[in-house]
Design a protein. Structure first.
Length: 238
């Protein structure tokens, strides 16, 4: 499907390797180990594409090479970033994003599932810092606050179907006070992507590997990937 019909803050990858891997991922013959590997590889490509736009290089002083030659060092801006995987299946994309970034960043998990009848999201887990109890000791002013909202939050979730879960995650992070959001997903529906992109249009950029036009009456993408969480964790038929 052409990306021209989607909002300007939705970016569909045209990388040929990603498209080939997505085709492999769709297959019913792809086992759990292969599913995990393919999602990791697709997420790596998406991360490179998205973060090339979302981040900027920044000079960070001087260092010396093993031969003793001085050189200018580079870091990234913004430096205050958090990664937010949507449980369960977002965990499959986490290591890929962390491997692309030059330094470790905090990972905050959100647990959301769709209620089967209404297809609306239900939050069952949230470990954003503002949910933590207040410290029992006086904080050290020299230490950065762990509850400060990040300049950039990266949401990872392999599938955007109806868009309701994506919107709930965006609203949660916006309410926390993040500066802007990059959302990475392997595949999404046309309607779901439009819905998620419109939730906070000026603050959200969505990067997706592929787009399906239709949903089934149960809110599944067609042809889609099936239930990614079940495929990853071998819980089909639960």
């Amino acid at each position: 499907m052409a990306s021209s019909s989607l909002p300007s803050n939705v970016h569909v990858s045209s990388h040929p390797c990603l498209q080939a891997k997505l085709s492999q991922l769709r297959s019913q013959a792809t086992n759990a180990r292969e599913t995990k590997s393919l999602i990791h590889e697709i997420a790596t490509i998406l991360s490179c594409e998205a973060l090339a736009v979302a981040l900027q290089p920044q000079q960070a002083g001087k260092d010396k090479s093993p031969l003793g030659f001085e050189y200018d060092t580079t870091t990234i801006s913004p430096s205050h970033i958090s990664l937010v995987p949507i449980l369960r299946s977002g965990l499959s994309m986490t290591d890929a994003v962390l491997s692309v970034l030059p330094d470790p960043i905090p990972v905050h998990h959100l647990g959301l599932y769709r209620e089967k009848t209404t297809l609306q999201p239900v939050e069952y887990y949230n470990n954003l810092p503002y949910h933590r109890p207040p410290p029992t000791t006086t904080p050290d002013p020299s230490e950065p606050s762990t509850s400060t909202p990040p300049s950039l939050a990266i949401i990872v979730d392999p599938v955007i179907a109806t868009g309701a879960t994506a919107c709930a995650a965006i609203d949660t992070l916006k309410d926390w006070g993040v500066g802007r959001i990059v959302m990475l997903c392997v595949i999404g529906s046309d309607g779901g992507l439009k819905k998620a992109a419109g939730e906070w249009q000026e603050g959200v950029e969505i990067w997706v590997g592929g787009v399906d036009e239709e949903l089934t009456d149960k809110g599944m993408l067609r042809p889609g990937l099936g239930d990614v969480g079940d495929r990853l964790f071998l819980t089909m038929g639960k």
